[in-house]
Each structure stands twice: as structure tokens, then as C-alpha cells.
Design a protein around this ligand. Structure first.
Ligand SMILES: [Zn+2]
Length: 247
């Protein structure tokens, strides 16, 4: 796992106290422990959160931002993946409350902003509700950055449709940072159904037999490296725009 000089986890409480004073915010990376088809590990989203948050806090000083980084939360809301062994989910209420408690702790130590860097789509509803509570009830401003939203155009242009869960994009990323965890011989086009228009699928096993979408054999870790760089820049620009505008 990548370590940075901005990590709360490796600081003493005295060092953390000093750093809180000057920091613009604390990044809380949010991942999941859930199935990612037959070729990627259960930690895929948490690996992404861990690495992408490191990229973010390290590039922040180039944008005159000083960001600290809290440890990655490796569990999220993954109930829809429970038919697949190894998936662990928090209930919506527990997850929302955990996000509020983490943010409130950071706010109590003086975090001006709590920036959730999210790498799992299932977490977004709880994140939105938790952020509302944090901004209203605690002396901090909560931000939610769903990483993929800032890379979407580039990913779509390169991979076309269907690069979602455990597909072209996530396979490329895990190959970039932890190639040893990819079961190359199990990579195959995912046998996924078209998604319904007027209802929600109940479990992901109803959508995809293997557990993924898209075609992991299209993976392109070299391309992914440039997407990470560009997306990190776009996120930092969006954050500085919001902060400069007084949000
Ligand atoms: Zn994922």
C-alpha cells in the first residue's frame, strides 16, 4: 500500500495536531470488500481508494492545497453483491453513521473540510446523506468526490460502453498497481444482461453470471496510468474552484 507524508495513520497525535492547524482538509478514502468477478480481488475498490487518494494528496501542493489523508475505509454498502462469497456489507444505516462518526471526529480535531474520495458506486447514497449531516451539524464542510465521475469521459472514449464493475477500467487499474492479484487466465467478456429501465435489479447475480460488466480482456494499464494523472488533476481543479468560490 502506498504511504505518503500526509497520512494520519503514520503520525503521532502531536504531529497530527500540528498538521490539522494548517491543512485545508482531510481526505477519507472509501472502498468496499465485494466481489469483482472471477479475475479481480475482493479488495479492488479499496485498492483503488488507497492508491488514488495517495495520488490526490501528493499532487495537492501543486494546486496550493494541503490535504491530510485518513486511513481507507475498506467496507461499504455492498448488499447487492452478497450472493457472491467473500463480499462483506455494512447496512445502509450503519455505513451512513460510520461516515458521520469519522467525519465528526476529524471535525473535532479542526478539519476544515472532510473530503470523501469514493471508489464504490454503492456507497454514494449514504455518502450524500452523511455529508449533509456533517456540514449541518458539525463545524466542517463535507465534500463527496466519486472518482469515476471525473474520469468517465476519458474511459468512455477509450473503452466504449460497458467498462463498469470489474470490467475494462477496473481490470486496467488493478493490473497497473497489483498485477499479481489479477487472474489473467480467467479474464473473459462478462456475460451481462441489459439493465432494466423502470426497475432496479435486486442482486448483481441477476445482471451478470461471473459478477462483472464489459470485457476485461480490453484492459490497458498504460492508458489507465494517464487517466489517473488526468483525473487527479481534474479533481484538484474542482476542489480548488469550490474552495476559491467560498464553498
Ligand atoms: Zn469496483
Amino acid at each position: 500500500m502506498p504511504e505518503t507524508e500526509h497520512d494520519l495513520a503514520t503520525m503521532t497525535w502531536e504531529d497530527a495536531g500540528d498538521r490539522f492547524l494548517g491543512a485545508d482538509g482531510v481526505v477519507v478514502p472509501t472502498g468496499s470488500t465485494e466481489q469483482h468477478s472471477v479475475h479481480l480481488p475482493l479488495s479492488t475498490d479499496s485498492l483503488r481508494a488507497e492508491h488514488l487518494s495517495a495520488e490526490l494528496v501528493e499532487a495537492a501542493p501543486d494546486h496550493d492545497l494541503d490535504l491530510l489523508r485518513a486511513p481507507t475505509l475498506p467496507y461499504g454498502y455492498s448488499e447487492h453483491h452478497m450472493p457472491f462469497p467473500g463480499t462483506v456489507t455494512l447496512s445502509q444505516d450503519t455505513y451512513k453513521q460510520a461516515l458521520i462518526d469519522i467525519g465528526a471526529s476529524l471535525a473535532e480535531h479542526g478539519a476544515e473540510r472532510v473530503i470523501f474520495l469514493n471508489c464504490h458506486g454503492g456507497n454514494t447514497e449514504a455518502l450524500a446523506l452523511a455529508s449533509d449531516r456533517l456540514s449541518r451539524d458539525h463545524d466542517t464542510t463535507a465534500h463527496v468526490v466519486h472518482w469515476t465521475d471525473y474520469g468517465r469521459d476519458e474511459l468512455e472514449e477509450h473503452f466504449g460502453d460497458g467498462w463498469g464493475h470489474a470490467g475494462d477500467h477496473e481490470t486496467s487499474f488493478v493490473e497497473l498497481v497489483r498485477e499479481d492479484l489479477v487472474k489473467t487466465e480467467r479474464k473473459e467478456p462478462q456475460n451481462a444482461r441489459d439493465l432494466p429501465e423502470t426497475t432496479s435489479w435486486t442482486y448483481f447475480s441477476d445482471v451478470s453470471e461471473q459478477g462483472g460488466l464489459g470485457d476485461p480482456t480490453n484492459s490497458d494499464p498504460e492508458f489507465m496510468e494517464s487517466v489517473v494523472e488526468n483525473t487527479t488533476e481534474r479533481i484538484l481543479e474542482a476542489l480548488t474552484d469550490d474552495i476559491d468560490a467560498g464553498w
